[in-house]
Ligand binder design. Sequence first.
Ligand code: AMP
Length: 178
Amino acid sequence: MQRICVFAGSSAGAKPAYLHGAARFGSELARRGLGLVYGGGARGLMGALADAVLEGGGDVIGVIPRSMVEREWAHPRVTKMQTVGDMHERKALMNQLADAFVALPGGIGTLEELFEVYSWAQLGFHHKRVGILEVEGFYAPLLGCLDRLVDEGFVGRQTRSLLLLETDAGRLLDALLP
Ligand code: AMP
């Protein structure tokens, strides 16, 4: 089974569209028979995403550090929960399990995870595709910043083009797993 690793906010965000976007993406994963790998959380966009995959009959692997389980952050109904020692182990395992990466709207945890896999793609440490599901222009300022990095000579055009962006879940998945 092919699996998509998704980074997403542990909060719901300020607009209902963010939760709806996460749920739509989860339903599309299940519809296509693609597995979800994610941080294992039950709240916010992470929870809405996992719930939608499960509701669609899909397969969900959560990868969560022990300390977060102890704080009762873990989703209670995923197909499989992998408990790890720390964030480094978590990201290594998520990377190992995934065929491609997606970021939904989120906070600094989401951005950190997105930029790690994006920078590793730039370095050729992996050859998996990385994409953003855009919801209500959430990522526009960040993409503006990336374009500025290109204009100022810190990011090459080839690297810039590695980060895919779509507003539609199906189109994003088509681009990530051609
Ligand atoms: P943030 O965008 O700051 O809300 O962080 C979301 C990302 O960080 C997710 O993709 C998770 O991997 C991780 N994360 C943050 N908070 C949690 C939580 N409560 N439970 C599980 N993972 C979390």
